[in-house]
Design a protein around this ligand. Structure first.
Ligand code: ATP
Ligand code: MG
Length: 420
């Protein structure tokens, strides 16, 4: 049987109707982030595998079983990026971007994780990722959260809840870990395979387990927030005060730990109940140790990533309608020599900033007019043999009852612009 080639499982085509939401979201965030001083940056989608092993952590779901890792033709192990922070930090170190002070950066693009595809969870998915590097916070922590709150408002998303937690610094985590291991050891029979394997290598990850059978156990486990030292506690208190001041509601969620090893202190997620178990639309936190850990001059940092597919799903849930501009004119042309005239006119109208659809593919006057009508354009511009001979065009309003007029081509732009 001759089967057509299809897209790879879990990797989606974003068709034109769908892409409208993406375009809107992408242009909205560009403007929004600029308003907070964040500049765009673009990065490769493949990196050396070691980058992710060393940043995300060897004993995490992502590194253990979700990465697309393969040798290139040279035999070097490379990985399709599963997230953006590690690449940003690599680039920041490689180009000494912090030499003249802290930086606010954002990036976006496809990420790859070998997960079980379902609604809101794919193998190629897209993130918009924001990082403030060289800032100790909690002011930038609050700034990033405020930025997201503003974005939800712009997109008309209301059913979304901010969860925050502090997971402290290295010392607090070491103390917590001792108690956590003891606790899990006392409940060994209830642990799943992953949790058992990670019992001594990375017990914290079990707190982020998606296994429903473990939720009960995780609920009652020792909480990191009870282990914070004075400095981390102060940071967390200050963040909460800033959020209060900005009028941003939140829930302190002592269960929130997130799936990467590099986080410390502030972690946060924005969660909606409207997408089932794929309800986290954005998540982030501080990673004060990562830049130093990857070989850069130690500098604190905070960032977050949002899942574009999930946000688009939510925009649809809310029946968000992206403001769209329909074409200003559709050019219909019939007869020898009219094509060149039509193209010249179309280009000059575009010079004037108009959206112009030029008929393509031939056909008689009637079929072309039908196309003009169904295109949604406000005007049809008609160039036939008579118009050509007279050096004029016919301008026919398609959405108003006004009469068709014969005019010089140079007058067309002005009339269309005035008719808005
Ligand atoms: P989840 O808990 O849902 O697996 P995560 O904690 O693994 O999410 P992060 O790594 O923090 O997610 O990525 C940030 C955001 O990217 C998530 O909040 C989500 O919106 C989105 N995201 C993560 N994984 C996927 C995926 N496989 N498909 C679609 N979106 C994803
Ligand atoms: Mg995940």
């Amino acid at each position: 049987m001759n089967k057509n080639i299809q897209a790879i499982r879990g990797m989606n085509d974003i068709l034109p109707e769908e892409a409208k939401f993406w375009d809107f979201l992408e242009s909205a965030v560009g403007g929004l982030f600029a308003g907070y001083g964040y500049g765009n940056m673009r990065l490769p989608v493949v990196e050396a595998t070691q980058l992710f092993n060393r940043s995300i952590g060897e004993v995490t779901d992502i590194v253990e079983r979700e990465m697309y890792t393969f040798p290139d033709r040279n035999g070097d192990s490379i990985t399709l990026r599963p997230e953006a922070t590690a690449g940003i930090v690599r680039a920041v170190i490689e180009h000494s971007l912090l030499h003249d002070g802290p930086k606010r950066i954002w990036t976006s693009g496809p990420m790859f994780r070998y997960e079980r595809p379902q609604k809101g969870r794919y193998r190629q998915f897209h993130q918009i990722d924001v990082e403030a590097l060289g800032f100790a916070g909690p002011d930038v922590d609050a700034e990033q959260i405020a930025m997201l709150a503003r974005l939800w408002k712009q997109l008309g998303i209301t059913d979304v809840e901010l969860h925050i937690n502090s997971i402290g610094d290295a010392e607090a985590r070491a103390e917590h870990r001792v108690d956590l291991v003891k606790y899990f050891e006392a409940h060994l029979d209830q642990l799943d395979e992953d949790a058992r394997r990670r019992l001594h290598s990375n017990p914290l990850r079990t707190l982020d387990s998606k296994n429903p059978r473990l939720q009960h156990l995780v609920e009652a486990a020792p909480k990191l927030i009870d282990y914070l030292d004075a400095a981390a506690r102060e940071h967390f208190t200050a963040l909460q005060a800033l959020l209060h001041a900005a009028g941003i509601g939140f829930v302190v969620d002592p269960r929130l730990v997130r799936g990467f090893d590099y986080y410390n202190r502030t972690v946060f997620e924005w969660i909606t109940t409207r997408l089932g178990s794929q309800g986290t639309i954005a998540g982030g936190g501080r990673y004060d140790g990562l830049i130093g850990q990857l070989g850069g001059k130690a500098a604190p940092a905070c960032g977050f990533a949002m899942g574009v597919e999930r946000i688009v799903l939510l925009m649809k849930e809310y029946q968000f309608v992206a403001p769209a501009r329909s074409a200003d004119a559709y050019i219909v042309y019939v007869g020898d020599g009219t094509a060149a005239q039509a193209l010249r006119l179309a280009e000059s109208l575009r010079d004037a900033g108009l959206i112009v659809l030029m008929h393509a593919g031939g056909g008689n006057f009637k079929t072309q007019m039908k196309k003009a009508d169904s295109s949604g354009a406000r005007f049809a511009i008609i160039i036939g043999p008579e118009e050509l001979a007279a050096g004029e065009v016919s301008l026919k309003p398609l959405r108003a009852a006004d009469a068709q007029v014969r005019i010089a081509p140079t007058r067309v732009a002005g009339i269309i612009q005035q008719s808005v």
